[in-house]
Write a protein that binds this ligand. Structure first.
Ligand code: PGA
Length: 261
């Protein structure tokens, strides 16, 4: 079932998602989270760091699996997704290094590494909660539009639109890696719950298409329509197409009216 939630702004979206995570960790201190990078989740990570600072959250038993990592970028490089996560969340909370997981995108035996990553997610009991952003082309993680959904963790060639969108984070567009390793659709769809986050008018149309049109690998996020517990949360600009379509959108006006985890 898909639940559509419109928050009054991006910061409120961050508080909504942080609240869902806080409830989950309080109920299940060893929760397993699937986490994205990108601009969208920063408000969530800021909110989680501040709640940890306030003594409201304990990450000591939490496990995380990030969605993806670039090929050809050292994990200590400031452009790596591991570095992004350290900077925005992991260095600010008490998560244990051994509980942080990324695919090794430069593994010599990549097939083995992809199988290892899927195995590690399964061995942890699967994801309790998966956070996702959505790309302008409808990608989730780095599952780019293609002719079929790929179940397992795998290597991808990034689409031109993804390279263009991510160029803002690099010194020059030619520095953007062309390849990455991403969690596949299988581990994502096996997550107990999923939250898709979005802010800004530029995501409204693709978000609507993903959850309104047909399910097809050319629009990877559309597979989420088949998930039992998927929430789409966005600011009013991102949720515009949903709001104008007459689809049932729940409005969250303050941080105390959250759905339970
Ligand atoms: P963004 O990226 O959060 O930076 O917009 C989302 C994505 O490409 O998945």
């Amino acid at each position: 079932m898909i639940k559509l939630i419109c928050t009054k702004n991006k910061e409120e979206m961050g508080r909504y998602v942080a609240d869902r995570i806080e409830r989950l960790i309080k109920r299940k201190p060893d929760a397993v989270l699937g986490l994205p990078t990108g601009t969208t989740p920063i408000v969530v990570y800021n909110e989680l760091a501040s709640r940890f600072g306030a003594g409201r959250l304990d990450f000591s038993r939490v496990k995380t699996f990030n969605l993806d990592e670039y090929c050809g970028i050292d994990e200590n490089d400031t452009d790596s997704y591991r570095h992004f996560m350290m900077e925005h969340l992991f260095s600010k909370v008490n998560i244990r290094p051994e509980n942080i997981h990324f695919p090794d995108a430069d593994a010599i035996d990549l097939e083995k590494e992809c199988a290892r990553y899927d195995g590690a997610i399964a061995a942890a009991g699967g994801l309790d909660l998966l956070l996702l952003g959505i790309g302008h082309n409808g990608h989730i993680g780095f599952n780019e539009p293609q002719s079929e959904f790929v179940v397992g963790t795998h290597k991808v060639r990034l689409s031109d639109s993804t390279i263009a969108a991510n160029a803002r984070l690099f010194a020059s567009p030619s520095d953007v890696p062309r390849r990455a390793v991403t969690m596949g659709i299988g581990s994502m769809m096996n997550a107990a719950k999923i939250i898709v986050m979005s802010s800004g008018a530029d995501k409204s149309e693709i978000l609507y298409q993903a959850f309104h049109g047909s399910v097809k690998p050319g629009l990877p996020a559309s597979i989420l329509q088949l998930h039992d517990h998927c929430t789409v949360v966005g600011d009013p600009d991102a949720m515009r197409c949903f709001r104008e379509s007459g689809m049932p959108v729940e409005y969250v006006e303050n941080e105390n009216c959250f759905g339970g985890e």
